[in-house]
Design a binder for this molecule. Structure first.
Ligand code: GAR
Length: 200
């Protein structure tokens, strides 16, 4: 018997290349299906990409909410509930979420981060890996918990840093790994398997 696919909402702030990789991966027989692509930026390039792929989109500009994160998140939460999402994939969603919002989606929210967590939480991960002289770098998918870029690791993809690497070249080499890793983790996770996916 095939289980009902998990209903996935993907949250983006920018170009949405990870969102695109996730949506493309959810073909027939997949344990999840995309029901919404949401952005905090009405001009996010990924919204048009999602619509082209036939996925409903919605945007709520966070800026008019000012410092009132809770009010913004209440509006977001409403949209996600209306879409009957039961799994959320943060994919380049560049707003920090409050513990209250996260608690409402406990065990139902994944994030991709461009570093080998627990190294380099936050921003400028490629620069920081280079500055530290790391031999390896990569990306991580994890379950979202109240602490930023924390939570159980569900997969990592790694590459060897080259002597000539710059922050830009590292970003360009990590991104295709993200596009492999996130769909692989989502497929496992949606099927109820939290065994970490390890690439490279
Ligand atoms: C990706 O590299 C993702 O890992 C990163 O933003 C980029 C989004 O690209 N996310 C974070 O830095 C979250 N802290 P995309 O819009 O093309 O998927």
């Amino acid at each position: 018997m095939t289980a009902t696919p998990r209903r996935v909402a993907i949250l983006i702030s920018g170009g949405g290349s990870n969102m695109e990789a996730l949506v493309r991966s959810m073909g027939p027989g997949h344990p999840a299906k995309p029901v919404l692509v949401f952005s905090n930026d009405p001009d996010a390039g990924g919204l048009a990409k999602a619509r082209k792929m036939g996925v409903p989109t919605f945007a709520i500009d966070h800026r008019p909410f000012g410092k009132d994160r809770e009010a913004f998140e209440q509006a977001v939460d409403k949209v996600l509930r209306q879409a009957r999402a039961d799994l959320i994939c943060l994919a380049g969603f560049m707003r920090i979420l409050t513990p209250g919002f996260i608690a409402g989606w406990d065990g139902q929210m994944l994030n991709i981060h461009p570093s080998l967590l627990p190294l380099y939480k936050g921003l400028h991960t490629h620069e920081r890996a280079l500055q530290a002289g790391d031999a390896e770098h990569g990306c991580t998918v994890h379950e979202v918990t109240a602490a930023l870029d924390d939570g159980p690791i569900l997969g990592q993809a790694r590459l060897a840093v080259r002597p000539e690497d710059t922050a830009e070249s590292l970003a360009a080499r990590v991104l295709p790994l993200e596009h492999q890793l996130y769909p692989a983790v989502l497929k496992r996770y949606a099927a109820g398997d939290k065994t970490p996916v390890l690439i490279g």
